[in-house]
Design a protein around this ligand. Structure first.
Ligand SMILES: *Cc1c(COP(=O)(O)O)cnc(C)c1O
Length: 368
């Protein structure tokens, strides 16, 4: 009887750092300062330094981070924000929450990220910002995106929810746009034990606005100079994240090594493996393969006890919630093909060689 291989293993990671995490949680329980406080500020400073930005603002979720970053960039009703349809729903949802309209642009078939070549044609007088998503942990082609943004006076908000520690030409994801947004959903490369998110930036006015909006537009305890949100990061999560941040580089290195090993194991098969570009440090939030027989492969792997999932089976322009935007099937053929053919295999720092071989053998038994 062989054991199953899960898609992610959060218990294995907790076991590896239990004493430090437990002590951090206990510290917060001892002082009972659950809202804001020293843990939140300490983590914000540590994460800003890690990204190479001036400041960071901890918030309740990655979606809240995107929502506030867009608002701080002045995005609102009547505006358009250009993004990719091949992402998690929250990328588009955050744009819609501001009252603006998401405008989708198809992806590059090798990296699965927004294709900068297609952005210019989507710009209108209403375009306010571009929101690239660093999908699966690989930064989007930022030089080209920033060039277009500069030419058209647009803001750039990075959705870095899958890219903690990734780099583009030696600069960390998060330090490339006007503002950048992270999620600490438990299964992300840096995840907390509940919900959490964060915005980073170096423009004092923009990031200062995010800081005010996350806490009810507050300028002092009982004075509010605009309407904001109750979007704070809580102290328990910040304390846990402070511990885990110290391991992020080590964990990302382990993910990269596992990805390289999968690449080798699939080298002589028909499976399409991820393309990691030379100038980019991919941190493999997901290890995504592509095959036209994806749905049958999933059935096979499930029967073999291998945890797999599709990121993402339905592009945003085809989501029922976005019917009103007026897009149709066929509008973004590359995204639609990827949605039919991609599959994420088990990948986490604690994955063993034995587990990886079992996954690879199961895949190979199917594809031949
Ligand atoms: C996880 C994720 C989000 C949302 O983060 P939450 O913390 O779950 O709100 C947004 N965008 C992308 C690309 C994500 O992967």
């Amino acid at each position: 009887m062989t054991t199953n291989v899960p898609l992610v293993d959060l218990q294995a990671q907790y076991a590896s750092i239990k004493p430090e995490v437990d002590a951090a949680i206990q510290r917060v329980l001892n002082h009972c300062g659950f809202i804001m406080g020293p843990e939140v500020q300490a983590f914000e400073e540590a994460f800003a330094a890690y990204c190479g930005t001036e400041q960071a603002v901890g918030v309740a979720t990655g979606t809240a981070a995107l929502h506030l970053a867009l608002l701080a960039c002045g995005v609102g009703p009547g505006d358009e924000v250009i993004t990719t349809p091949f992402t998690f729903f929250a990328s588009g949802e955050a744009i819609s929450q501001t009252g603006a309209r998401p405008v989708f642009v198809d992806i590059d078939p090798l990296t699965y990220n927004i294709d900068p070549q297609r952005i210019a044609a989507a710009i209108t007088p209403r375009t306010k910002a571009i929101m690239p998503v660093h999908l699966y942990g690989q930064p989007a082609e930022m030089d080209a995106i920033l060039d277009i943004a500069r030419q058209h006076h647009l803001r750039v908000v990075e959705d870095a929810a899958q890219a903690h520690g990734a780099a583009y030409r030696g600069r960390r994801a998060g330090s490339l746009g006007d503002l950048a947004c992270f999620s600490f959903y438990p299964s992300k490369n840096l995840g907390c034990y509940g919900d959490g998110g964060l915005v980073v930036g170096s423009d004092a006015e923009l990031i200062g606005h995010v800081r005010k909006l996350r806490d009810h537009g507050r300028v002092s305890k009982y004075e509010h100079d605009e309407l904001g949100w109750g979007y704070r990061l809580d102290a328990l999560q910040a304390a846990i994240l402070g511990v885990k941040l110290r391991y992020l580089d080590e964990w990302n290195a382990a993910r990269r090594a596992h990805a390289e090993r999968y690449d080798e194991l699939f080298a002589d098969t028909e499976v399409i493996t991820p393309t990691a570009l030379e100038h980019i440090q991919h941190i493999y939030h997901c290890y995504v393969i592509r095959t036209p027989r994806r749905d049958e492969l999933i059935e096979h792997l499930k029967a073999e006890g291998v945890g797999v999932v599709i990121h993402y089976p339905l592009p945003l322009h085809l989501q029922p919630a976005y019917k009103g935007l007026g897009y149709r099937r066929g509008d973004f053929p590359i995204s639609e093909a990827c949605a039919r053919e991609v599959l994420s295999l088990p990948l986490y720092p604690e994955l063993t060689n034995e587990q990886q071989e079992r996954v690879a053998e199961s895949v190979k038994a199917f594809v031949g």
